[in-house]
Design a binder for this molecule. Structure first.
Ligand code: FES
Length: 137
């Protein structure tokens, strides 16, 4: 039998009845990340992350990450795999990330704001230079 994490790739509602968040979450824009030498680099100049407060889902061969711009020169990066049942977190509601499967909400730094998830998302260090964010894995 396939694991829930495997099935989560194909079904958005894995492991229970999906619940709707109180307000519909917007779908995060998706940006490509380039993986090399234990880092993922994301070009943010001219992207959905041009503005402070914006967030995006970064897809790379090293995994998926949630990247948010917190100031002109600062970003937060967290694992995009929900700590509840491993769905990929694809939604945003104000300043919170929202899991599409059962509605868990996380802060931009990965802390749980509302369950059913109980564990925080892993946070990664970031640096920013020349329009490119580097996520240190
Ligand atoms: S997998 Fe259940 S809330 Fe994310």
């Amino acid at each position: 039998m396939a694991s829930c994490a495997t099935l989560a790739t194909f079904f958005s509602a894995c492991g229970g009845s999906p619940t709707s968040p109180s307000a519909p979450a917007a779908t995060l824009p998706v940006l490509p990340g380039q993986f090399a030498s234990s880092r993922v680099q994301v070009t943010v100049a001219g992207s959905a992350l041009d503005n402070v407060g914006a967030a995006a889902l970064v897809e790379s061969v090293a995994g998926v990450f949630l990247l948010a711009r917190t100031s002109a020169i600062a970003f937060t990066a967290v694992d995009a795999i929900c700590s509840h049942e491993s769905c990929t977190i694809t939604g945003s509601d104000g300043s919170a990330y929202v899991c599409p499967c059962h509605g868990s909400r996380y802060s931009r730094s990965g802390q749980v704001l509302a369950g059913p998830a109980k564990a925080s998302l892993r946070q990664f260090g970031t640096t920013f230079a020349d329009g490119v964010v580097t996520i240190a894995l």
